[in-house]
Design a protein. Structure first.
Length: 722
């Protein structure tokens, strides 16, 4: 520190002054009693004390002449006295007052890296501020690594008191000459420098380092110091500590290192940038490794044969790029952790986070999204996203936020699963859930005929269907299965926008605002929502009307292994009756009912499996969606352009765009698995209606006569979203 450095300069100047003052005082005090002999000048004096009966004339005149040698003798006596009894104690006190307390080494929170894993404990990513670090016990560090470090850094580690006098003298000399000091510190000194001091190379900081090292050696055992050294010194880049270094360079735990790898890592701390295999001087690490092995052999740690074998081994270093798997998901998890634990804990707390993500499923979804978007260039589609969840427990099994996280042209790092977009007709399930909860049935007749609504401001809203036609009287089943717009608008007008918004929020669409923000077009997807919102809402249908919020974190432990949170049986909030949920799921899985718009062999069909599925496309085809689910698998897919530019008008919802991606993902998830159709709940009544078996919530089965009416389309010219 500058304070100590200034104090040392003050001492040198002060000693000179004290020497002069001491000589002056000595001569003044002793002048009446000193008689200088012939030996004067050689430091010899004879002192005569006055007699008991002084002469009558008491005036005593002593001729006093002091030689240069006499002056120098008492000058240096003054210096030595002042140095030993004044300045050295004062210097010690100043240094002590400015030193950090080494006892904190065993109690301070050492920054550790947070690790995010998938459900099978495959590492996805590591989060840290500036220091990537994982603490490890000395017993888990190979003996050869301990010996290599001692051999190259401090061969007398177990004998010295924490510092090396020879190295200190060399440091002082080079500093006085104006050269920076290089090397020579003991292991204990290096620990003090990396943990408690700055890397400033001055005499004063070296004195502090020595004092702290001596102090620390009185507090900790050599094994404790060595363990702290391995956990706290830098090994290059962001790798702090030996475990992080082992993972960074070799991708393995430190306990699994061999002799050649140990020798390489032992040589790193002296000059991590210089000896890095990733630097421009990448051959220097090999020379340093050979030096370490040679020292080990000289000290008897290894044999000549072991040295030769280790020198000839080819080391395989990992790519210097920090790997990140499932990047959108990792960043999503990071945000959740920040909300719960705060930035310091996330970046320095050494959290171990086990998530619900299944990496093989994630990689499958990433591949399908990228491949299909690559084929859709002719539809002016540049991006896509997908989300796979387990509705039973809220697990997120895969999250593909874009076709390529690292592509800046499409803003690939933007997570489309968590971005606000318009859902199109996929949100109609909320309208029909509200209707079925308020006396409507799947067989209720709806009027698909022209209609217009005039707002309080005089604007006119006239909804149209996707196919540009009107179909007359149709059942609710037909209207939903074929995603007809006009019946949906009329149904929402009947149940009310406040009911729609309230139920949508209860089902999990958290971004819905107050009802006065919306008009009747909200049932066609004019509200901004996220894929996560919609996946929760469709998961409510898959769960028989019980909402289970998405929760992708299975367990979080801190750096000491203490469990901070652990996923248990999720809380299921009843939102819809099981009967209403079953009817909706049954309609969405009814391929026969949707043939009018989608045909019998659309990508919405998963052969051999009962899957409920709904599409959605927004105005001008800016967003295209497909949501589909079984009891334990839900797949959501979006395609479009991040800049909100429209896709080609040739895009056919349910045929091209999101639907093929959804189909391929769902086929992969369900292959080699038996069909699992929804369980028919006890509040459902089945009866023949309109030439088919229809399902009713108990109590509504006799509310209509079930006369069958064949939809008769009439022409129109305006296309609308499905």
């Amino acid at each position: 520190m500058q304070t100590v450095h200034s104090f040392v300069l003050f001492i040198v100047q002060g000693l000179i002054v004290i020497g002069d003052v001491t000589l002056f005082l000595f001569l003044t005090i002793t002048k009446p009693f000193v008689k200088l002999g012939k030996g004067l000048g050689y430091g010899l004096t004879r002192i005569h004390f006055p007699k008991s009966k002084p002469r009558k004339k008491s005036k005593t005149i002593v001729s006093f002449r002091a030689s240069i040698g006499f002056k120098m003798k008492y000058f240096f006596l003054g210096i030595i006295f002042s140095l030993c009894f004044i300045f050295l104690p004062a210097l010690g006190y100043v240094i002590y007052k400015n030193l950090p307390d080494p006892t904190v080494l065993s109690t301070q929170q050492v920054p550790q890296t947070t690790k995010i894993y998938d459900r099978n404990h495959t590492l996805l990513y590591q989060l840290y501020a500036n220091q990537n670090r994982t603490l490890v016990k000395l017993k888990d560090i190979p003996l050869s690594l301990q010996q290599a470090t001692i051999a190259i850094e401090d061969k007398n580690f177990y004998k010295n008191p924490g510092f090396d006098v020879t190295a200190i003298a060399r440091a002082l000399i080079t500093d006085i000459k104006g050269h920076s000091f290089q090397g020579g510190s003991t292991i204990t000194q290096q620990l003090m420098k990396s943990s408690l001091l700055t890397s400033q190379q001055t005499v004063s900081r070296k004195l502090e380092e020595v004092a702290l090292s001596f102090w620390a050696e009185r507090i900790y055992s050599k094994k404790q110091i060595l363990e702290m050294y391995f956990n706290q010194v830098p090994y290059g880049g962001t790798a702090w500590g030996i475990e992080a270094a082992s993972q960074t360079y070799f991708g393995k735990d430190v306990k699994d290192l061999d002799l050649a790898e140990c020798a390489f890592l032992a040589g790193m701390p002296q000059a991590p940038s210089l000896y890095s295999p990733y630097s421009s001087t990448s051959d220097l690490w090999k020379k340093r490794q050979k030096e370490v092995l040679s020292r080990m052999q000289e000290l008897g740690y290894i044999s000549k044969d072991q040295e030769s074998s280790a020198n000839s081994e080819d080391l395989h270093f990992l790519s210097p790029r920090t790997p990140i798997l499932a990047p959108h998901f990792v960043m999503y998890i990071k945000d959740l952790l920040l909300q719960k634990y705060g930035l310091p804990m996330v970046e320095k707390g050494g959290l171990n986070v086990v998530t619900s993500l299944d990496l093989p499923t994630q990689e499958m979804a990433e591949r399908i999204v990228a491949d299909e978007i690559g084929k859709d260039g002719y539809l002016d589609i540049s991006n896509g996203a997908s989300l796979i969840t387990n509705p039973l427990n809220g697990d997120i099994l895969a999250m593909v936020g874009s076709r390529n996280y690292f592509d800046p042209v499409i803003d690939g790092n933007v997570n489309l699963t968590d971005s606000l977009r318009q859902p199109g007709s996929s949100i109609k399930v909320v309208t029909y859930a509200a209707a079925l909860s308020n006396g409507y049935t799947a067989a209720t007749m709806l009027d698909d005929s022209p209609v217009s609504y005039t707002s309080a401001w005089g604007s006119v809203y006239a909804p149209v269907n996707y196919d540009g036609r009107f179909h007359g009287r149709v059942t609710l089943r037909t209207a939903l299965a074929n995603s007809l717009n006009i019946p949906a608008v009329k149904t929402l007008d009947s149940v009310g926008i406040p009911t729609f918004v309230s139920l949508g929020r209860q089902m999990g669409i958290s971004h819905l605002q107050s009802p006065d923000h919306y008009g009747l077009s909200v049932t066609l997807g004019s509200a901004d929502v996220t894929m996560l919102d919609m996946a929760t809402a469709y998961g409510t249908l898959a769960n028989g009307g019980k909402r289970i919020d998405l929760d992708p974190i299975l367990e979080v432990t801190d750096g000491k292994g203490a469990v901070l949170e652990q996923k248990t049986t999720p809380l299921a909030a009843p939102v819809l009756s099981s009967g209403v949920s079953y009817i909706l799921s049954n309609i969405l899985s009814d391929n026969k009912a949707r043939e009018m718009e989608f045909g019998p062999n659309s990508p919405l069909v998963i052969p051999g499996h009962t899957v409920s599925v709904k599409t959605g496309t927004t105005d001008n085809k800016r967003d295209n969606w497909t949501f589909g689910y079984t009891n334990d698998k839900l797949v959501a897919v979006w395609v479009g352009n991040n800049d909100n530019s429209p896709m080609s008008q040739n895009l056919a919802s349910g045929i091209t765009g999101a639907a093929p991606i959804w189909h391929n993902i769902m086929v992969n998830l369900l292959q080699n698995k038996p069909d699992s159709p929804p369980f028919i709940p006890g509040d459902i009544i089945a009866r023949s209606c309109s030439g088919r078996q229809e399902y009713f919530v108990k109590g509504t089965e006799n509310t209509l006569n079930c006369s069958y009416v064949t939809p008769l389309p009439s022409p129109s010219v305006v296309l609308a979203k499905p």
